[in-house]
Design a binder for this molecule. Structure first.
Ligand code: T4K
Length: 431
């Protein structure tokens, strides 16, 4: 019997607990959670304590990975009141303009063009850059990166990732270039910057357009410079689940004046003024209420980073010492938003990734398997590349190992200890 089989049996029919005395005392402090008591939170010391084995769940209200961070409600309401007084609700209103100016200054980039969401922003940026034919992207990303290409009948060509950083591997990118390739979209996955310099060098040498999907990387830096001014354009998402949100929203950033002008036309049906459309366009406008939320949340950005940083440190401590479990590090030399707490479950861990996720879900903790199974395995792309997996071994391996854990300002304080206890119990070799 392999260690994994043993855990499977333990989950379904818990074996007698080998560690008896202290664990049988319901009033004893939880070994992994000195602050917890039975009155404050659930203690998970053995397999029988797991909700998946029939015990009561740790949380009756689900703990989500993407619980929104919400800034000062009064400041938001004041902005909304003023918006109603002005009767200007959308289409490049004053709040959108103020948000764009503040974001440009924060990100250190010439132009910020606010959009209704990150996906439309990707589509507009891809089109503005004149990408067509084939564009190289990672498969290990949220599907929007690839869909934004497919939506415009551009073929996403998936390149493999570096298994350590989870970001594009420049050598793999180079291997996927064909005569039809027009561009590369790097993704700063989990808010850790892609290999910007190496990708820029390939793009320059092979005459390709380079842009970045920076949906995760608001506030992050690469070699000391804030993400936002790399490549020809970068695209941010301000979706509710993102570290910085505007309900729904996004933005394209660029240092190129002509590109910014065209993207402004494109987000407003191609109109240059009230009467004349001068460019192909769509509707990518950010409403004023979203800009009000963005401006409000910008004011408490530091509070959110600090909450994420401290949650991350608590996870590092609570999960430290569990064999075959790896918490993806943040580079201490760079600025980080700490919005994704990513663990990799090693092959020798006694439980599988899916068993752990199931156990966490049973406790009311909606840990996620982002971005399993990779875009190349999703229906819109599977038929296109039935054998893509052969060229994407690292994508396959990483996507089967990763669990993303909840963080953010709404994380219940006891959640990290409960999560660590689940890992610890499932990490015991039994049987
Ligand atoms: N590129 C990358 C690399 C991206 O990660 C994304 C988006 C994009 C591009 C596209 O940007 P947008 O067009 O979205 O601006 C989510 C988000 O929908 C998506 O924005 C995000 N990436 C992706 C990583 O995750 P789901 O399916 O996990 O989201 P959803 O809405 O089911 O929410 C997750 C959990 O959060 C839920 O279990 C409930 C909770 N939640 C959610 C919302 C919306 C709340 O508690 N409150 C809420 O308001 O995809």
């Amino acid at each position: 019997m392999t260690p994994r089989d043993a855990v499977m049996l333990t989950i379904q029919a818990p074996a007698p607990d080998p560690v008896a005395s202290a664990e049988n005392d319901p009033m004893a402090a939880c070994p992994n959670s000195p602050a917890s008591s039975p009155a404050q939170g659930k203690c998970i010391r053995a397999a029988r304590d797991l909700a998946i084995n029939g015990a009561a769940p740790a949380f009756s209200e689900t703990v989500h990975v993407g619980r929104p961070n919400i800034g000062d409600r009064r400041a938001f309401m004041e902005r909304v009141d003023a918006m109603f007084d002005r009767r200007w609700l959308t289409n490049n209103g004053p709040l959108v303009q103020e948000l764009e100016a503040k974001l440009a200054s924060y990100l250190g980039v010439r132009h910020v063009v606010a959009m209704c969401n990150g996906t439309i922003a990707l589509e507009i940026a891809i089109r503005a850059l004149g990408m067509k034919g084939e564009v190289i992207v990672p498969s290990y990303t949220f599907i929007a990166t690839a869909q934004a290409l497919q939506w415009q009948e551009i073929t996403p060509v998936f390149a493999d990732i570096d298994p350590v950083t989870h970001n594009l591997d420049p050598a793999a990118v180079e291997r996927m270039i064909t005569p039809r390739t027009t561009g590369i979209i790097g993704v700063h996955l989990w808010g850790r910057a892609a290999p910007v310099d190496e990708l820029a060098e390939i793009a320059r040498r092979r005459n390709l357009s380079l842009m970045f999907d920076s949906a995760h990387a608001f506030g992050a830096s690469y070699r000391g410079r804030r993400v936002g001014a790399f490549g020809r354009a970068e695209v941010f998402s301000f979706h509710a689940t993102k570290f910085f949100n505007s309900f729904e929203g996004g933005a394209i950033t660029t240092n190129e004046d002509d590109l910014a002008r065209d993207m402004r036309y494109m987000r407003n049906f191609g109109f240059e003024d009230y009467d004349r459309a001068v460019h192909p366009g769509t509707n990518g406008k950010m409403p004023e209420i979203c800009a009000a939320m963005g401006l409000t949340n910008l004011e408490t950005l530091d509070v959110v980073v600090e909450a994420n940083r401290s949650n991350y440190a608590a996870y590092a401590e609570a999960l430290g010492g569990i064999d075959n479990l790896h918490l993806l590090p943040y580079d201490p030399r760079e600025s980080s938003n700490f919005q994704y707490v990513v663990v990799e479950v090693g092959d020798s861990f006694p439980a599988t990734r899916d068993q752990i996720v199931a156990a966490l879900h049973a406790e009311g903790i909606l840990a996620r398997k982002y971005f399993w199974p990779g875009c190349h395995n999703m229906l819109p792309f599977r038929a296109l590349y039935p054998h893509a997996g052969l060229l994407l071994p690292n994508t396959q391996t990483v996507s089967e190992r990763v669990i993303v854990l909840p963080t953010g300002t709404a994380l219940p304080p006891e959640a990290i200890d409960v999560i660590a206890s689940v890992f610890r119990v499932l990490g015991k070799h039994e049987g």
